[in-house]
Design a protein around this ligand. Sequence first.
Ligand SMILES: C[S@@+](CC[C@H](N)C(=O)[O-])C[C@H]1O[C@@H](n2cnc3c(N)ncnc32)[C@H](O)[C@@H]1O
Length: 231
Amino acid sequence: MAATTANRMQSDMIKGMPDPISRSPLAALRHNASAWLIDLITTPAAKIRGQVLQHARGRVADIGIGGGGSLRHYPADVTEVHGIEPDPAEWLLRRRAGKLHEGIQFELVSASAEALPYEDHSLDTVTFQLVLCTIPDPVAALSEARRVLKPDGRLLFMEHLRHPDERVARFQDRLQPLWGRIAGGCRINQDTVTLLEQAGFDFAWKEHVVDRQRPRFLSHLAWGMATPLLR
Ligand SMILES: C[S@@+](CC[C@H](N)C(=O)[O-])C[C@H]1O[C@@H](n2cnc3c(N)ncnc32)[C@H](O)[C@@H]1O
């Protein structure tokens, strides 16, 4: 899939970017506002996001790119960023595409993580940021990431997780039915690191923290880099 140059001054030329007026203005406003709200909530994680994304290189798929809060963090080693998003926040993405490092091409791809429109072993980097909790079938998404990554490719992740304290984890379980409804299907009690291991990835490095500045039920974050295990 060829990417189209997103000129810093002409981000409206981004290939695949729907015209914002193709949605009803009210729906577009609501959608961009909720993506902006997600960005606001995730701002405390910006430092971690930067640490993780500095390891991206080459041809990158950013799964569930949302409002594009990741774009300014991609380093110059990246040549293309493909924002995979079934439900893009177009206005925000237009603005953020202008913050990409000069020379990085951007393409918005209307697709789901569970069925990536790429050939086997064709990408250098796949990134998941605060998204494996929301994708309806995270196992299928990780299997797709494995399929499209080159043998020496990198999976970069930053996700919130099931809490290590069993009492908080039980609270997450109780809150989950309500939370899932108000937060777009997000699963706060998911053990995403185990899912990564089971999907056939080997951690090059990983970190985790219980961030006391966040609400307890969202305070356990993990991030790192994994490579596909050779089979
Ligand atoms: C919590 S937001 C995170 C957005 C962004 N990654 C960030 O860090 O700000 C989750 C995103 O996942 C997207 N999403 C939901 N289901 C998806 C799927 N099956 N494939 C790809 N993205 C999906 C949503 O549309 C939403 O933009």
